[in-house]
Design a protein around this ligand. Structure first.
Ligand code: ADP
Ligand code: MG
Length: 253
């Protein structure tokens, strides 16, 4: 796969964020975020509700427009006013907490529609890619099901397969298991773990500390619009240095 490397001095970096700020009117939600993610790395973001985790992810694929700062994904500066955002965004996969499948489309059509309309793939190629990714997430038997016929965990795995079908260079996950019944969480985390093992670059907002400990190359603790503490999972979760990290973990562990 050819990677376009423009505007980046560091071709090993999949995501480079510098001086990112985001305000909603008078509310300053992201105050000054710097974050680099190397290709193939899994970075988990933890922190209390309202700390800006979702806003950070939404800035990375420009669902929110940053107030200030620079975001480079895969060598392309998304914050460059001349960049083709729609084109750049196709290679950034996003999976949200809620299930975002199109309710009126079969699982297969959920996976093929953007491939055809956005990437211009032929129906045959889109279907081949979809079937391959459904197999990856263990849903080969649900190709023709409607979303309402799937469990929450299956819907979430279909949403992951849909994102993968666009050949993303990076996958963003925003609390992908938070809305699931507890017995369905493991299947989704298992798929994410497999993706990590395959070398996918991932930014994951999660409350699943066990997953973060086992899968993350790095953990960021966010609070009040800042990254308060970051490092290897064993350090940030196992031996937090900052008082705010300690009190957060005491509440969730
Ligand atoms: P987290 O994901 O860590 O819970 P969010 O990024 O969702 O935090 O939200 C951080 C803060 O930004 C919250 O105070 C939230 O109410 C506010 N916020 C998020 N999105 C918007 C928006 N579109 N308009 C106004 N305020 C927002
Ligand atoms: Mg959130």
């Amino acid at each position: 796969m050819s990677e376009q490397v423009v505007g980046s001095a560091e071709p090993d970096l999949a995501v480079e964020i510098t001086g990112l700020k985001k305000s909603f009117g008078p509310l300053e939600v992201l105050k000054d975020i710097d974050l680099s993610v190397r290709r193939g790395d899994v970075v988990c973001i933890i922190g209390p509700s309202g700390s800006g985790k979702s806003t950070l992810l939404r800035c990375v694929n420009l669902l929110e427009e940053p107030t200030a700062g620079r975001i480079v994904v895969n060598g392309q500066e998304l914050t460059d006013p001349d960049v083709d955002i729609d084109a750049a965004r196709t290679r950034i996969g996003m999976v949200f907490q809620g299930f975002n499948l199109f309710a009126h489309l079969s699982v297969l059509n959920n996976l093929t529609v953007a491939q055809r309309k956005v990437l211009g793939r032929s129906p045959e190629e889109a279907q081949r890619t979809a079937l391959r990714n459904l197999e990856r997430v263990g849903l080969s038997d649900k190709v023709n099901a409607m979303p309402a016929q799937l469990s929450g965990g299956q819907q979430q795995r279909a949403a992951i397969a849909r994102a993968l079908s666009m050949d993303p260079s990076v996958m963003l996950f925003d609390e992908p298991t938070s809305a699931l019944d507890p017995e369905l969480v493991g299947d989704v985390l298992g798929v994410m773990r497999q993706l990590a093992d395959e070398g996918m670059t991932m930014l994951v907002v999660t409350h699943e500390m066990q997953f973060a400990r086992e899968v993350a190359d790095r953990v960021l603790f966010m609070d009040g619009g800042y990254v308060v503490e970051e490092g290897p999972a064993a350090q940030v979760i196992g031996d937090p240095q900052h008082e705010r990290t300690q009190s957060f973990l005491a509440r969730v562990l």
